[in-house]
Write a protein that binds this ligand. Structure first.
Ligand code: FMN
Length: 193
């Protein structure tokens, strides 16, 4: 089973990078899936400038960089988006990347780990509105990382011992969300043939 952890911020000095590493490390530790970090900064996607909506264009000829992004997404059985909140929503770079998607995420489970002053609650709220349009299956469980906890995550994605031990910390919710998405990824495989 292949699970992609998608780094949803491309800003220099982005905090989301270490949050992504924590998510990927935790997912890999389960031993249940092959985990890959997919960094939007590695894809120079233009703003979507195709004449027809990707899902309604059987003759679609996407730009090479778009093909690279779509081919990468198509490899996975499930996705975990890691995203900050910008102006009470998901970052534009992530929304744009999703606007390029046609059917690559169809019938695949998706969850998210968001962060911000309210745990990125509105970033998640906006992301989960978009995903069904791509026929992705939004998981019941997601993870909010409170702003105050970010300092307790190292650049390598390790939680401090204190945060790890905190029963209200983010490790428990992440492990539960991972368990759930792995199960759904397995269960939904027959649907995708
Ligand atoms: C343009 C911009 C808008 C932001 N708006 C919000 C916001 O609405 N809510 C929030 O909790 N944090 C907001 N923040 C703070 C970010 O959550 C914080 O800077 C975080 O580190 C951004 O993630 P990044 O460093 O990976 O880009 C905003 C940051 C930026 C750059």
């Amino acid at each position: 089973m292949k699970v992609q952890v998608i780094l949803g911020s491309t800003r220099p000095g982005r905090v989301t990078e270490k949050v992504t590493k924590w998510v990927a490390n935790s997912a890999a530790a389960s031993g249940k899936a092959e985990i890959e970090i997919v960094d939007l900064a590695d894809y120079s996607l233009s703003f979507l400038e195709e004449p027809i909506s990707p899902q309604y264009n059987p003759d679609r000829k996407p730009a090479p960089e778009t093909v690279k992004w779509l081919d990468k997404l198509a490899e996975a059985d499930a996705y975990i988006f890691v995203s900050p909140e910008y102006n009470r929503a998901l970052p534009a770079v992530l929304k744009n990347a999703l606007d390029h998607v046609a059917f690559e995420m169809s019938d695949k489970p998706v969850t998210a780990v968001t962060h911000g002053s309210t745990g990125g609650a509105q970033a998640y709220a906006t992301l989960k509105m978009i995903l069904p349009a791509l026929n992705a299956i939004v998981m019941p469980k997601n993870v909010y990382v409170q702003y105050g906890n970010l300092a307790d995550i190292s650049d390598d994605g390790e939680l401090s011992a204190e945060l790890k031990a905190n029963p209200w910390g983010p490790q428990g919710p992440l492990d539960a969300a991972l368990e759930q998405i792995f199960s759904y990824a397995e269960a939904l495989k027959p649907l995708r043939g």
